[in-house]
Structure formats: C-alpha cells, structure tokens
Design a protein. Sequence first.
Lengths: 476, 457
Amino acid sequence: MTPPFTHADWSAIAPVTVVAVAALAVLIVDLFTVQRQQRYVSIGIALVGVFAAAVVAARQFGHNHDAFFGGFITGGFATVFQEIILIAAAGSLILFAAIGPAQRVAGTTAIMLWSASGAMLMAGAANLLMIFLGLELLSLGLYALCATSDRKTSRESALKYLILSSTATAFLLFGSALLFGATGSVRLADFTNPMLSSNPLFWTGAGMFLIGLVFKLSLVPFHTWTPDVFEGAPLPVTAFMSVATKAGALAVFARFIYASLPSGVGEALMLPVWIVAGISMIAGNVGMLAQHDLKRLLGYSGIAQIGYILVALAGTTPLGLRYAIYYLAAYAFMNLGAFAVAASISGDGEEGSALSTYRGLGLRRPWLAAAMAVFLLALAGLPPTAGFLGKILILATSVGSGYLWLAALLIVGTAISLYAYAKVIRLMYERPEGEAPRDLRPFVPLAWISAGVCGVAVVVMAFYPITPSNVLPLVR
Amino acid sequence: MPLVLVTILLPVIAGVLLYALPRSDRLISRTIGTAVAIVTFVTLLVAGNGEWSFRWLARPFTAAFHFGATPTSFWIALLLAVSTASAIAATRVPRTRDFVALLLMLEGTMLGLFLARDLLVFALFWDLMLIPVFFGLIGWGEHPVTAWRYFIYNFAGGLTLLLATAAFGVIYGSTDVIGRTGAHFAGGWAGWIYAGFAFAFLVKTPIWPLHTWMPPTYSGLASPMVAVVSAVQSKAGLYGFLAIGLALMPEYVHAYALPLMVLGAISLIYGAVVALVQTDAKRVVAYSSLSHLGLIVLAVASGNPLALKGALVYIVAHGLFSAALFLLLGFVEEREDTRSLLRLGGLGWKNPRLAGALCIAALAALGLPGLAGFAGELVILIGVYQAGYVWAVIVALVSILLASAYMLRLYQDVMNGPPVADLPVRPDLTWREGLAVAPLLAALLIVGVYPAPLLHP
C-alpha cells in the first residue's frame, strides 16, 4: 500500500514542522538545563528554529506546489507570509529574552512557537479544514500566552480573548460548513464554480466565513476586544499577536477573495467588507486619540492599519496584493520596533506601558526616543519610512481600481491619526516640568538591538521597495 | 558623487552627526553649523544645473530620486542656503546643539523639496520638512498647541498632495515630470489632481482662510527657525504653483485664476489690516507675510509672464527681509525679554546698529525703491495690470500703503520714542549678530539695485 501523501507533500510543510519541532526541542532541553540558564537556552533554541524555518521557507519561494491534494499551497505567497510571521516570532522571542519572567520560560517559548506554526499553516492553507486547523493552533496558543503574566489584567485579557475569539471561530466554522454544503468540497479552488453565484447557501456561508475573518483582523464592529487584550497581555505576546494574527488572517482573507469566489459574487459580497474597512480606518484612529496607554494605542492603531491594508486589496488586482504584503511587512517592523522600545523602557509586571512613562524620554534616552519617533512617524505614514511609501502604493492602487472613496477615507483617517502619534512624540521631547518620572530600566541590549534593526528596516524599505513578485496564483 | 546630491545630503548628515558633539558646546556647534550652511551654499553654486537620478519605483508608476535645479528653484535654494547660514549664526537658544542640528536638517529637507524633479520626491520632502519644525516647536516653542496646529494643518495639505500625486502617477504613468520640457497634462482627472495640489500649496503659503496655523507658529517658534520657515518654507507652495501648477497643468491655473486671485486679494488686505493692530512684534511680521505672499499669489494667478518674473524676485526679496526682520526681532527679544510693542520703545538710542539694521529690513518690507521688495512689487503690479486685473492692482496698492503704516509703526514702537525706564539696557548688536544679518541686508540692496539675474533666469 502506498502512503497517500508523497515526499513532496511533507516537504511543503517543512517550515511549519521545523518550528513545531523546535518547540518540542525547547521543552526537552529545558529538563536538562540549570535554572539560571533556562531563559537563554530556551530562547536560543527557539531562535535557531525560527531561523532554520525562515531558510527552509525561503527555499520554497519559487516553487508553486500544492500539497495534500490542494490543502496547502507553497510558493511566493505562502513564503512571504510565513517570513513575516517568523519575523514577528523572532522579534517577540527576543523581547521575551530581554524582559520576560525568569520562570516557566520554556513553556511560554514552546507555546509561542506552536502558535507561530499555526499562523504559518494559515499562510499556505487552501482548504477549509487546513484553515481551521491553522487558526485554532494559532489562537489556542495565544489564549494561554495572554495569561502568562502575573497581573490580574492578564487573566482578564486571556478570558476575554478566549470567549470573543471562540465566537468568531464559531462563525468561521459554521460558514465553512455551509460552504461545504453548497459546494460539496472543502477546497477553495472548487468555489469558483459560476453556478454558485445563485446559491443562497453559498452566500450565507461565504458571509459567515468572512465575519469570522474580519473578527480575527479586528475590524469595526468586531474590534472591541483588541485594545483590552493588547493591554492585558504581556508585552512580548502583544507584539507577537499584533503581527502574527493579522498576517495569518490576512493570508486566508486574501486567498479567499482573490481566488475562491465565483465571478460576479466578489463585488457584491465584498462591498460590506470594504465599508467596514473604511469605518475601521476612521474609528481606529479616532479611538487612538483618547488612549493613555501605549499598548492600547497600538491596538487601536492596528485596527486602522489593517483597514489601510484592505484598501490595497479592494480592487483584487495582483499589484494590490503585492502592496498589501509590502505594507504588512512594513507594519510588522514598525510595530515590533515600537514594542521593542516599549520593552526597553518598562518591563512586564510594572504598569509600564502608560504614556506618562515617555515624558521627557528624548532627553534621558535620546536613541530610544529617536527610534520610537521613527516608528510612530512610520505608522502615521510620514517619510522617510516604509509607512510613507506603503501609503502611496495603497493610494495608487485604490485610485487605479476606482475605489476613490476608500482613498479619501484613508486620507481622513491618516490625518486624524497624526494627532495621536504626534502626541506621544511631543511627550517624549517636551521640556520636562513638574515631578520627574520614575526611573527607567537600565540598558536592555537585546531590546535595543531589536529596535535598531526594525528602525533600519523601516527606513531602508522606503528606498528599496521590494514587493514580492511570485504571489499568484493562489489556488490551483 | 554628484554635487546636487551632496548639496541635499550634506546638511542632513551634518545635522545627524552634530548629535555626536557634547551637549553643552554652544560655540562649536554654531560654528560647525554655519560652516556647513556656507559650504552648502558654495556646492549649490558649483552644482549649478547639474542633475542626478536614481530609479525608485517601477510599478504602479515610475518614480525616481531625480534632483536638479531649475532656473526658479536655483534662486530659492540659494535663498535657503543664505538664510540658514544667517539663522544658525544668529542662534542663541538653550540646547544649541540640538537646535542647530534641526536647522541643518530643515535646510536639507527643503533643498530636497526645491531641487526635486519628481512629484513623488517632492511630496516626500513636503512631509519631511514639517518634522524638524515640529520638533522645533515642541522643544523651543512657546505653547505646545502651536506644534499641533502647524503639524496637522500642513500634514493635511501633505496628504491631499500625496493623493493627488498617486493619482497623477497612476493616470500618467510617471511622476518624473517637474521641469521636463513639453510636459503638459490636461483632461480627465487632471482638474481634480490640480485641486489636490492647490489645496496643499494654499495651506503651506498660507492664504486666507487656511492661514490660522501661521501666526502662532511664527510668533511662538524660536527666531532663527522662524526666519528660515517664513523665508523659505512658506515659498514651497508658491514654488509648487510655479513648477507644478503653471508648468504642468496651466489650463487649470488659468481656469481657476479668479478664485485664486480673490483669495490672494483677501489675504493681502486682511493680513495688512491685522498687522496694523498687533501688539506682538513677531505677529506683525507674521501677518505682513500673509499680506505679502498674497501679492505673489496674485502674480501667479494672473499667469502674466512679467508678473511671474516679478513673483520670483519678490519670493527672494520677501525671503530676505522676513528672515532679517525675524532675526532682528529675535535679537530685540533676547535683549529685553519681551516683544510687546506696548512695552518696548526707545531702543534706538542705545542700540544704533540694531536700529539701523531693523530700519533697512523694514524699509525693504514696505517697498522702498532701491531695495529688493520694490523691484518685485513693481514688476508684479505691471504684470497683473497687463493681464487686465485692474481691481487686483488697486487692492495691492492699498495693501502696500498699509504696509508702510504697519512697518513704520513696528520700527517706531521698538526703536523710537523716549527710552523706557524699566527695560534693561543691553549692548548693541554684537559682531556675531551683525555678521549674521549682514548677508541678508546686503542681498536686499543688491537685488534691489540689480534684479536682472532674477528677471532673466
């Protein structure tokens, strides 16, 4: 009897496997390590695993191959998303090494790696079961990670995330079931049948599936969990979550709308999503204005940023997809960088992400403040950063495909957002008055290096706009 | 390395490197800063009309880091280099090193703007040049709210510019068009694109009713920086009208000339009348700027070739005298700790050199023949008259009359009259301060007597 899956199938998910195995290795090696060294050994192994996975994934860039009967498709698209997720994982692991708790490091590290492997699975998933598998692997890990801190808000954050995210998953699952009912297949490639465009079951299923995704992307009106969860979760987890969840969900979303809808369905079905994206750009940025906590601020910021990315996808043009990926990569660096700075200032356990901590930072930690200013300006879309170029590319796409109203909303949202980002910058550089803020953390080399790397990446990407070419076709 | 690129990068890199100096070293950072600004001036002269280009984007439209002076931008760039050198030499603020670094970066970003030959690069530097001023307003401004107003107003303009640029690129395939001969765009969306550009330019200039960010910014910002901002940054919008509006899409400038003229005329009168009643010396100059720049908007909107030549002369002239006025009023404020016209008075008795310098700058601003302001005003008025806008000429003449009133009032309230008893007596203009404003005053005289190079670029 021949095994149902060939060697090529297994090597297609090699990057995912490498990450998952690295997690096992972390747990096993941890048993034989003295406690003093546990933190660095665990995270060292994890980083090696992440790096190996990145190399393996990069080798698949040019090879379009559908593994597991079209369940998982390798190629440029999957590779790029996997690399972004791996960058997020590496960045967060470094922050864990820098400021994480000394206890239970191996467990948290392993869970984060498994979570990352779930997101990586979503990057290549092309059938409903694989999508669900990846999503659950990602989410289950995150529920646990949210609760790893000793603070009370951490538990609250985990519970909130668990309940709301499960609701979203329920939508997604129910939608998947209806889609299967309508099409008799779980493969996204089979959904392009033009007969389906008159099938109400298909419309309902696709709608519920999209609601589940929109929740994961945290667009308005399914966004309220984001700031609370971001605030409560430990800082490295927030950093990971803010990028990896979005990347995973966005990969599925893009594959679904680009390649899995019968002709004629797309525009009508997606219009509500674009409207929601438009509202998110405004609401997310307005929400930022009232925040006094950096993590909450970045949570709201993420709501708006994902709206910008969806604007690029609105025309479902090949170039739009490339620019969305470009902006996502840029966003990953800006966000990870901002979290790295936050980690260098105040660790987990203290109420350190309060914006008041940043008062006068420009005088006391000029380099950190400068890096933070770069990240905030990038998030606001100012030059010379990838945020600026990303905005231009997105605007060009939306103008080209006729979604002028989305471009206009993007402009309005960006103008609002500047106020919130510049508020933080002002706090950092304003002449200190009144009582001196509490002492800052001493030099945290790992977080500083991480912030520096992100800062360089954010600036360099503006001048060398590399957008991945080999991202289509998405299903076969 | 091409000189034009050196010109732009030199101040920026020098500005960043300045942070390596010890924080307290005022003299060294000021000297280095002035030297860098002078070197930039020289490289600019040597670079002349050299060009440099490096491909940036291939999709969704082509764009390039393409730099090179056009006849118009060359003179504005020179003005920028001169006023920056003067401003740095005149700097006397706490944390000098950081301030000088910001001034150098401001110079570099604005040079990038004026030398850009690509719309996208233009838009990039448009946003970029706001950042040093924003930091200046946070660190050395009087009230933090000013920083918001400045940043958000101008960023909003920058965003419409960005949207218009993106649309331009998508529709015409390339943004590498500034200064390209024969480039001409009309029809379809071009009108809307022009509207996007025009909004950004009008906010930046500024023009009534989009000017509300300007008076607090000009009066609250530290003098050396406001000298550069009012001298050069405010010209970015006018340069945009010349190099993008009139050069690339002239139909729309002509078609919408009347609304533009009306806004220009309102600014002319409104600025002049408000300047007349201000009690803050820097605000007088701020509102006078609003009025003077309204005159240039009139010239641009008229589209008359002679008026456009006059516009360039007046752009340079206004840059020179407003920089000089702000620097000199800064010296007054450093000496007396106030710039209220109600409290100041009689400084001329003890500070004859300061009074003389302020007198020259004020006379240039009110358009005395022989100084640069007059040369520009006269040519503009003739041109606008030729274009048939007699009412605009009358409005302009009234405002010039008012200019005499508010400029003389400013001078009189600060320098003339009996010495005020409770004001501290401080030494007259020092060597450093004198050398800082001397190039500006000398240039005012030279351009006033011999404006030909500017009229026939």
